[in-house]
Design a protein around this ligand. Structure first.
Ligand code: NAD
Length: 486
């Protein structure tokens, strides 16, 4: 695994690394220094077609492979990811700008866990039978793999989210044409050699690189790719839904978020404070689940504001390769500019920057895309700062007076991915959790993940659920078989 050299990433089709047909390439940036360090294929519909054909040819064999054999191969992939953890973590940090410490402890272990989890889950996945009593008939449900499916993933947690889709897809017996984000293609590229080493049959998983509007679009438009699992922005998700709907494709859409963190004065204060720093700024605030709107009960507000500023001021912005770094580089110059524009217009949008807000110049990495963690105080939830998904190291804080008021504000947004609730009142926990318009509620914690649970959002945060058997249900077609027996 050589990730040091300036290199051309290739497509992984039918078990081989290949160049794009057009021989067109896209520059790949290292955001920590703001420099191009390699290139990736600018694949087009011809490349997608070749990948599709490889997947189609592999489908019959793979779908008939025993569950035990599939499970063993997925486990092997999981083990090889762990064996190559240091190289993969370095590659992720270089490609994405995230601290290598984070890639080592979160991204890469989770990519491995995704394969291991579905290696186990597929051996436990069962379907239902219904005896039609009095009619001498039994109905049972076959859950068959769909065929060739498309998986498209974003840049914020590159290998973590890429594998979260492809592991259940192949575990369920499908073959895949997958596209990682063109902004962070490196670890998906490196996965190719792991798949080969693990003995995954050729064509089962094909990894194509390129732009969303060409490569991604070609996957979504392909008439025989029958299901699309997509994670990314809400606008892109809406576009994909529009393209896929007339072809009646199965769709799973995991989209943006603007998640509330709701803090009541009866919470465990120190734990809340520590976790809220993390839920605000982990991965430079570039996690769809980050709590970007913080609502604090009025009686606690001033204390929280003071302590939160003090805690955030201790976060170190710096090179992803420095072990003391808490906040690395943002993923791209375009993204940095977008995030910064919200800070520059904060006042106009009704906010007051009370901490941070500046671009940071990091020694020896002066052209990298660094931004201070930023806290903006607002007093109206309808302001743009509380309504747009900014997806960077920015949070807003505001106070509330009672439960009904904060519930109304938490729900008054287009998104509905997750919410975090801090309270020790059990009755309130249940009342508020039931009324929050989101797919996931964390109470007195954040981002505690059990891979068996349904994962996804409502409203503009998406359609469908990933995780556990939900993912295996998505990647299979149920067929009812009714047998009359007299
Ligand atoms: P994006 O929508 O720009 O891109 C996501 C992927 O879609 C990329 O691979 C891109 O190339 C591809 N794509 C773009 N246009 C396409 C098209 N027309 N057809 C097919 N594919 C296309 O999103 P991004 O900027 O990479 O990621 C950030 C967004 O992802 C944020 O909104 C974030 O909230 C969201 N996200 C959601 C979750 C979740 O689980 N709900 C997780 C992580 C990120």
């Amino acid at each position: 695994m050589d990730i040091e050299i300036s290199m051309k990433i290739k497509n992984y089709i039918n078990g081989e690394y290949v160049n794009p047909i057009s021989d067109n390439w896209i520059d790949n940036y290292n955001p920590s220094i703001g420099e191009v360090y390699g290139q990736l294929p600018d694949s087009n519909s011809q490349d997608v077609e070749i990948a599709y054909k490889a997947a189609e040819a592999a489908f019959r064999g793979w779908s008939e492979t025993t569950l035990d054999e599939r499970s063993k191969i997925l486990s092997k992939i999981a083990k090889l990811i762990i064996a190559k953890l240091p190289e993969l973590a370095m590659a992720e940090a270089k490609d994405n700008g995230k601290p290598v410490r984070v890639a080592k402890s979160i991204d890469i272990p989770r990519a491995s866990a995704n394969f291991q989890f579905f290696a186990n889950a597929i051996t436990q996945f069962a379907s239902e039978a219904h005896e039609s009593v009095g009619q001498n008939a039994i109905n049972f449900t076959l859950r068959q793999p769909i065929g060739v499916v498309g998986c498209i993933s974003p840049w914020n947690l590159p290998l973590y989210l890429f594998t979260w889709k492809i592991a259940p897809a192949i575990a369920a017996g499908n073959c895949v044409v997958a596209k990682p984000s063109e902004i962070t293609p490196m670890t998906a590229y490196l996965l190719g050699e792991i798949l080969t080493e693990a003995g995954l049959p050729k064509g089962v998983l094909n990894i194509i690189h390129g732009l969303g509007t060409t490569t991604g679009q070609a996957i979504v438009e392909h008439p025989n790719i029958k299901a699309i699992s997509f994670t990314g922005g809400t606008k892109t998700g809406a576009h994909i839904a529009k393209v896929a709907a007339p072809m009646f494709k199965k769709l799973s859409l995991e989209l943006g978020g603007k998640n509330p963190a709701i803090i009541f004065s009866d919470c465990d204060y120190n734990e809340m404070l520590q976790t809220t720093v993390r839920s605000s700024f982990a991965n430079q605030g570039q996690i769809c689940l980050c709590g970007s709107r913080i609502f604090v009960e009025a009686s606690l507000y001033q204390k929280f504001k003071t302590d939160f500023i003090a805690a955030v001021s201790k976060l170190k912005v710096g090179s992803p390769f420095n072990n003391n770094t808490d906040i690395g580089a943002l993923v791209s110059k375009t993204h940095l500019n977008k995030v910064k524009s919200y800070i520059d217009k904060a006042e106009q949008y009704g906010g007051n920057v009370i901490f941070g807000g500046n671009i940071v110049s990091v020694h020896d990495s002066e052209d990298g895309y660094y931004l201070e963690p930023t806290i903006i105080e607002v007093d109206d939830n309808s302001c743009i700062l509380n309504q747009d998904e900014i997806f960077g190291p920015i949070v807003t804080i505001m106070s509330f007076n009672d439960e009904n008021e904060v519930l109304a504000m938490a729900n008054d947004v287009n998104y509905g991915l997750s919410a975090t609730l801090w309270t020790n009142d059990l009755k309130r926990t249940m009342r508020v959790s039931k009324q929050l318009e989101v797919g996931i509620v964390w109470v007195n914690t954040w981002l505690l993940r059990d891979l068996r649970t349904p994962f996804g959002g409502v409203k503009s945060s998406g359609v469908g659920r990933e995780g556990g058997f939900e993912a295996l249900r998505f990647f299979t077609e149920p067929k009812n078989i009714c047998i009359k027996y007299n």
